[in-house]
Design a protein around this ligand. Structure first.
Ligand code: AMP
Length: 300
């Protein structure tokens, strides 16, 4: 496996693999890798004749003031071990100045409107502008044919899909399903911030989503009732503070009064000072059964 710091070296690698007829399959990450990232890599490996490139870069512009940029975990050595284990072909850990060139007259931003208004966009102003901008830059640095994102960050995946569509970026997008701990807690680099007591209550996030889906399976369709159920389950646990509970159309994030079509039920909470997000994407089959699914693309 190659490790590149220099963009020029990465570009040589990419050009060489493309010359050999390979497709560049790209998984952008902020490091502190875990099996959630592993699922993105696995999804990427299903691409025929692919060369897998993982980026590790903690993007400052997607963090708000007072967020955890300064303490975001840096575990490069173990990240590289995992990438080797997963069969990654190249890791790019770009220098900050190559991503955000210094001494320019001012920044250039990529802004996706509407999709970034609700949910995490409402509670983290500027977050998705940072995400869309850095993903654009990374796409331009890596020139991927395919890029893989995780459904854990569902709103991010929809924002990137819209950006790719409207800016005509020649990149095919794939999604990896949410990977969880055995007790349901969605894997996240931030889980390591949780102390023992917080870790013990954190599975309530997934449990509350599961309970809501069970209610849908029993015929409940009212969005307000489902949101209230999730909120009350979350608030029943000490140390859990709800940021939002939202039920929306999973194609365009428009608000819904009732469960109809493909739906996303999304949650953000704080457990102590750690912010956790999770979601369930589902539709109700003709026979009333609840089927969980990917936001877009094929399941494998
Ligand atoms: P991050 O390093 O947090 O920026 O995440 C990099 C990619 O991994 C994003 O596309 C995430 O959605 C994805 N990812 C993170 N956690 C998970 C998870 N638990 N399951 C699936 N994908 C994940």
């Amino acid at each position: 496996m190659e490790l590149y710091r220099d963009i020029a070296d990465l570009r040589n690698f990419v050009a060489d693999r493309k010359r050999r007829g390979q497709r560049i399959v790209f998984v952008p990450t902020m490091g502190a890798l875990h099996q959630g990232h592993g699922a993105c890599v696995r999804r990427g490996r299903s691409v025929d004749n692919g060369a897998l490139v993982v980026s590790i870069y903690v993007n400052p512009t997607q963090f708000g003031p007072g967020e955890d940029l300064d303490k975001y975990p840096d575990t490069l050595e173990s990240d590289l071990d995992l990438c080797r284990e997963w069969g990654v072909d190249a890791v790019i850990a770009p220098r900050h100045d190559d991503v955000y060139p210094p001494d320019r007259p001012g920044p250039v931003w990529v802004v996706v409107e509407e999709l970034t208004k609700p949910m995490c966009g409402a509670t983290r102003p500027g977050h998705f502008r940072g995400v869309a901008t850095v993903v654009t830059k990374l796409f331009n640095l890596v020139s991927p044919d395919v890029a893989v994102f995780g459904q854990k960050d569902a709103q991010q995946a929809l924002v990137i899909r819209e950006m790719v569509k409207q800016l005509a970026m020649p990149v095919e997008l794939l999604l990896a399903p949410i990977q969880r701990e055995p007790d349901g807690l969605a894997l996240s680099s931030r889980n390591r911030y949780l102390n023992q007591r917080e870790r013990a209550v954190a599975p309530v996030v997934f449990a509350s989503l599961t309970e809501a889906l069970r209610l849908v399976g029993r015929g409940e369709r009212d969005a307000g009732t489902l949101r209230a159920l999730v909120r009350s389950q979350l608030e029943s646990r000490d140390g859990v503070e709800v940021e939002y509970v939202d039920l929306r159309n999973a194609e365009d994030l428009s608000p819904l009064d009732s469960v109809k079509g493909k739906v996303i039920l999304a949650v953000a909470v704080r457990v102590g000072s750690t912010r956790l997000i999770d979601n369930a994407v589902f539709c109700v089959e003709a026979d009333g059964a609840v089927r969980e699914c990917l936001l877009f693309g094929e399941e494998i």
